[in-house]
Design a protein around this ligand. Structure first.
Ligand SMILES: NC(=O)c1ccc[n+]([C@@H]2O[C@H](COP(=O)([O-])OP(=O)(O)OC[C@H]3O[C@@H](n4cnc5c(N)ncnc54)[C@H](O)[C@@H]3O)[C@@H](O)[C@H]2O)c1
Length: 300
């Protein structure tokens, strides 16, 4: 197989949290230098240890990884001068993302690709109304969790240079991702749209009293041979987060039914947030007679 040549220069990752540190591992896999930037020193230290941990667990641990440097945002403008790619991984707040993207566009050379890892805001939504110098090198590059999930969804906006998309697709593949090109502006990219529809229909079926959460999970796992059903998976994500995501779809698109959101809202109001507080579709409390028991949804 032909080995794609890595572009000269470094990859800069802004935000060293859950995703940023994982991306530092991925983008340093072919020997390239990565610079991880965060406001918090603690995040940078923990980020470096996480990269070490992923390297020692990786199947390709014998290979020559690139150096991972760390820096705080006051050094960002200088660091960017050498970057072929910069990925923003700051928290999911549109105003913050807009500020960071504007800075990256103003400080980096015109040829540096600028990517956003945002899950809910597509790149068109982020750059709307911004005054940018070189918007044709800006796109979304959305990764997944846990880190062994190799999918990355690459989505431009109407003025993104197709060559920039091709280069990032090629380089993502060479660094161990499985890239997918999202060819039209799409809230939820590809996978999250499908997953949103599954969650929505699950909640609709429950609100109609068609079946119970355990029955939905059982039939889903039986037919699709997946380890978790939709209710178990929603409990892991957090029911408040599921509602926020569904609200975002409802705000951005027509035809989204209200019943799933009403159902979720009632669950949240009755103190059920999922695994994180011990109670969702199922009971996860350590003092429960049996954890994993389905909780009643009869009075919702
Ligand atoms: N966590 C996931 O599973 C996941 C999956 C896919 C996509 N994403 C997306 O990735 C992005 C980051 O999510 P995360 O879970 O890694 O967040 P996180 O909260 O774990 O990390 C964000 C980091 O950004 C830092 N930060 C905040 N403002 C900054 C600034 N101005 N400059 C530099 N650093 C700054 C914070 O200190 C923090 O360390 C979000 O857009 C999210 O939607 C997350």
């Amino acid at each position: 197989m032909a080995v794609t040549q890595r572009p000269a220069g470094s990859v800069v990752i802004v935000g060293a949290g859950t995703q940023g540190r994982r991306l530092a591992f991925m983008w340093s896999r072919r020997g390239g230098t990565v610079c991880l930037v965060d406001l918090q020193k603690k995040q940078l230290e923990e980020g470096l240890s996480y990269v070490k941990q992923l390297r020692s667990a990786a199947l390709d641990s014998g290979q020559e990884y690139g150096e991972v440097k760390v820096a705080q945002p006051d050094a960002l403008e200088t660091i960017l001068q050498d970057a072929w790619l910069v990925v923003e991984c700051v928290p999911e707040n549109r105003a913050l993302k807009q500020k960071v993207i504007t800075q990256l566009d103003s400080w980096s050379p015109a040829c540096t690709i600028i990517a956003s890892n945002s899950s809910s805001y597509g790149i068109s939504e982020i750059i709307e109304g911004l005054e940018l110098k070189h918007s044709n090198r800006i796109l979304s590059a959305h990764c997944y969790w846990p880190p062994e999930t190799s999918a990355i969804e690459i989505m431009g906006h109407q003025h993104t240079d197709p060559n920039v998309i091709s280069l990032l697709m090629e380089q993502s593949r060479a660094h161990g991702f499985s890239p997918f090109h999202v060819k039209k502006d799409s809230i939820g990219y590809i996978y999250n749209r499908i997953w949103a529809a599954i969650k929505r229909e699950t909640l609709l079926a429950l609100s109609e009293g068609v079946c119970s959460p355990r029955e939905i999970d059982a039939i889903f796992k039986d037919v699709l041979k997946t380890p978790k059903g939709p209710c178990e998976q929603m409990d892991v994500v957090g029911l408040d987060v599921v509602l926020d995501i569904e609200n975002h779809y409802a705000d951005s698109r027509t035809g989204i039914p209200t019943e799933p959101r009403i159902y979720l809202q009632r669950m949240i109001e009755s103190g059920r947030l999922g695994v994180k507080n011990g109670s969702g579709f199922y009971n996860y409390r350590s003092d429960a007679v049996e954890t994993g028991n389905e909780l009643s949804t009869a009075n919702l």
